[in-house]
Design a protein around this ligand. Structure first.
Ligand code: ZN
Length: 126
């Protein structure tokens, strides 16, 4: 299912962020990825996200009466939410831990991607 793919990708992004924060210095046996493998991992995530985004856009534009101009207007509006027209929407909050299983999840997640617990303190866009 598409949502599983999206959750897998965002779950991996959260894990990568946690890994970055908890990384030990090189040679200490921590979870740190080398620069090259981190770049490869980011490239893979980027390509998968691009694929998912394109698939979602095709489904949305086929099923709803929207076109690329609508999409561009929405992208511009979202881009300006952080008061900077820079093609990015920066996350204001770091990932939090699930209250049930203590694994990382996005503050905007409806449920924990690991145990399925409801995110009681959900922030819609963080
Ligand atoms: Zn959980």
């Amino acid at each position: 299912m598409m949502i599983d793919l999206v959750l897998e990708i965002f779950g991996q992004a959260v894990l990568d962020q946690v890994r970055d924060r908890t990384a030990s210095p090189p040679g200490k046996g921590g979870l740190a990825l080398s620069g090259a493998s981190k770049t490869k991992s980011l490239e893979r995530d980027h390509e998968r996200l691009k694929l998912v985004t394109m698939a979602l856009w095709e489904i949305i534009s086929e099923h709803l009466n929207v076109d690329e101009a609508d999409l561009k207007r929405r992208i511009d509006a979202l881009d300006l939410l952080d008061e900077r027209r820079d093609g990015r929407l920066k996350l204001r909050q770091p990932p939090k831990n699930c209250e049930d299983c203590d694994r990382p999840m996005l503050g905007s997640a409806m449920t924990c991607p690991y145990c399925g617990a409801e995110n009681a303190s959900r922030q819609v866009f963080s």
